[in-house]
Design a protein around this ligand. Structure first.
Ligand SMILES: Nc1ncnc2c1ncn2[C@@H]1O[C@H](COP(=O)(O)OP(=O)(O)OP(=O)(O)O)[C@@H](O)[C@H]1O
Length: 231
């Protein structure tokens, strides 16, 4: 989850799923960002369809690492159909998708959430028996109160925070290799210290990552920024 939008939640969810899959784990992603689902696009699954068997909804499968992906996008009549739902509807659909999908054999189920502390994180924290929350933030957001609000939500809901991911943390010049902390240095580390949390990854701004994401080829992104994650 994240306090604000556009900080790279979906990108980080995808990179974390790839990290775990490369370690031999069976991974699934439930795209719970119904209003702005972007997980299918990252994996080139825009035109994917899902199946229905006696075991429930069968998610789409990514090409390279066999990650199971379920998104509301797969259930809409047209790609550009908006989802216009009030809170109780969102909560109901999240519960349905968790309960009625075939997650058999999956070691890790990741949820990509919409930004903020709204209905989707509330529903998951109340009903999904989560192992933890990965908080994603950009350096600029890390000094604002908004990340702390999200951290406090997890605390109030008795949900463990697995750790922080600082996205767009720095930029490494492709010509000379110099690292520039454009938006400030080690902000996640400072916040992690304050809350006794772990920094799971510091991910740079990388045009290659943006391009592969746009092309639906995020599984071809080779660099892994994640440290060992203990759940
Ligand atoms: N580290 C990065 N380097 C380069 N581009 C990035 C990086 N992280 C994210 N982006 C780009 O920034 C944009 C927003 O990322 P993303 O969709 O993952 O954010 P989000 O937090 O999930 O957004 P939303 O709040 O809309 O759900 C995308 O175009 C993505 O490719």
């Amino acid at each position: 989850m994240s306090g604000k939008g556009g900080v790279g939640k979906s990108t980080v969810t995808a990179l974390l799923a790839i990290h775990l899959a490369r370690k031999g784990k069976k991974v699934a992603i439930l795209d719970a960002d119904f209003l702005g689902p972007s997980i299918p696009k990252l994996f080139g699954l825009d035109d994917a369809s899902i199946g229905f068997t006696e075991k429930g909804i069968e998610p789409a499968i990514t090409r390279k690492y066999g990650i199971k992906v379920l998104s509301i996008q797969f259930l809409l009549p047209e790609k550009d159909t908006p989802v216009i739902w009030r809170g109780p509807m969102i909560a109901g659909v999240i519960k349905d998708l968790i309960g009625k999908t075939n997650w058999e054999g999956v070691d890790y189920l990741l949820f990509d959430l919409p930004p903020g502390t709204g209905d989707a994180p509330l529903t998951l924290m109340q009903t999904a028996n989560l192992d933890g929350v990965v908080m994603v933030a950009s350096p600029t957001e890390l000094t604002s109160i908004i990340v702390e609000k999200a951290l406090n939500m997890a605390k109030m809901m008795n949900t463990r925070v697995t750790g922080l991911v600082e996205n767009m943390s720095y930029f490494k010049c492709p010509h000379c290799g110099v690292i520039s902390h454009i938006f400030g240095k080690h902000r996640a580390r400072k916040l992690a210290e304050k809350y006794g949390l772990e920094v799971l990854a510091e991910i740079p701004i990388d045009p290659e990552l943006a391009e592969l994401s746009d092309l639906g080829e995020i599984e071809s992104y080779e660099t892994d920024y994640f440290r060992e994650i203990t759940l």
